[in-house]
Design a protein around this ligand. Structure first.
Ligand SMILES: NC(=O)c1ccc[n+]([C@@H]2O[C@H](COP(=O)([O-])OP(=O)(O)OC[C@H]3O[C@@H](n4cnc5c(N)ncnc54)[C@H](OP(=O)(O)O)[C@@H]3O)[C@@H](O)[C@H]2O)c1
Length: 223
């Protein structure tokens, strides 16, 4: 999985390890994930061209799943969003996950595995200020949909999960960007999203959860 050091990712790691699953993080900062050594993939999603070699070094022949929990956000109007910010968000949130998926597909096919993409509940239209992040996530949906159609013949399942606001560092940076208070208790908790990811991974073979939207409960929104 990617994003194992993040808010949602670390909550998922806890659940998976609690029940005895082996978790292999894909991380640019292995020192943060000492528990996983030496079974981790050191790779920066901002440099997709390095990912295939890093995956090959792991030598995993069979995988049950690939969970994409990494992500970056950089909000701002189109007038203010630099080429660097566009490139970073489109690469880390979209091109990197595409390349990682490609690199592990043989092992996922061998394990009849499940690919999960953490998307974002944005609706059909991107709001002002969200262009680059929303573009990366709209693209991620296209990646997931195409992959699902291509890989079902190999027994690979693909799901996208679309949470609203989750109480993590990413959400803190969104709030700071808008100059409003970060109120973690008012948002969806990372452990809740982690449980939903687990439920999606564990679906019995007679059914598929392909797209799962996870909104905030009114009580959470209004305190
Ligand atoms: N929080 C929300 O409100 C929310 C809502 C909907 C969807 N999401 C999505 O959920 C996913 C997880 O978000 P989160 O809220 O848990 O974020 P987070 O706490 O900020 O964690 C982000 C994770 O992404 C990793 N990452 C960032 N840049 C990377 C790179 N270049 N290469 C490899 N890994 C990189 C970070 O690793 P390092 O430790 O190396 O920095 C970290 O593990 C993201 O895709 C996000 O878009 C979040």
């Amino acid at each position: 999985m990617t994003g194992a050091s993040g808010g949602i990712g670390s909550a998922l790691v806890e659940l998976l390890r609690e029940r005895g699953d082996e978790v292999i993080p894909v991380t640019r900062q292995p020192e943060k994930l000492a528990w996983a050594a030496p079974r981790l993939v050191v790779a920066d999603l901002a440099r997709p061209e390095t990912i295939a070699a890093a995956v090959a070094a792991l030598g995993a022949a069979r995988l049950d799943g690939l969970v994409h929990c990494a992500g970056v956000i950089g909000l701002g109007s189109v007038a203010d969003t630099t080429a660097q910010s566009w490139a970073q968000q489109l690469t880390v949130n979209l091109a990197g996950p595409a390349e990682l998926t490609r690199a592990v597909l043989p092992a996922l096919r061998a394990g009849r595995g499940h690919v999960i993409f953490l998307n974002f509940w944005v609706g059909p239209l991107a709001k002002p200020g969200w262009s680059a992040y929303a573009a990366s996530k709209f693209g991620l949906r296209a990646l997931a949909d195409a992959l699902r159609g291509e890989e079902e013949r190999y027994g690979v399942t693909v799901s996208s999960i679309y949470p609203g606001c989750v109480a993590t560092e990413l959400q803190r940076s969104v709030r700071e960007g808008f100059g409003v208070a970060y109120e973690p208790e008012a948002y969806i908790q990372p452990a809740t999203v982690a449980r939903l990811i687990l439920t999606t991974l564990d679906m019995p073979s007679d059914a598929r959860l392909t797209d799962l939207t996870v909104g905030m409960a009114p009580a959470a929104r209004h305190g």
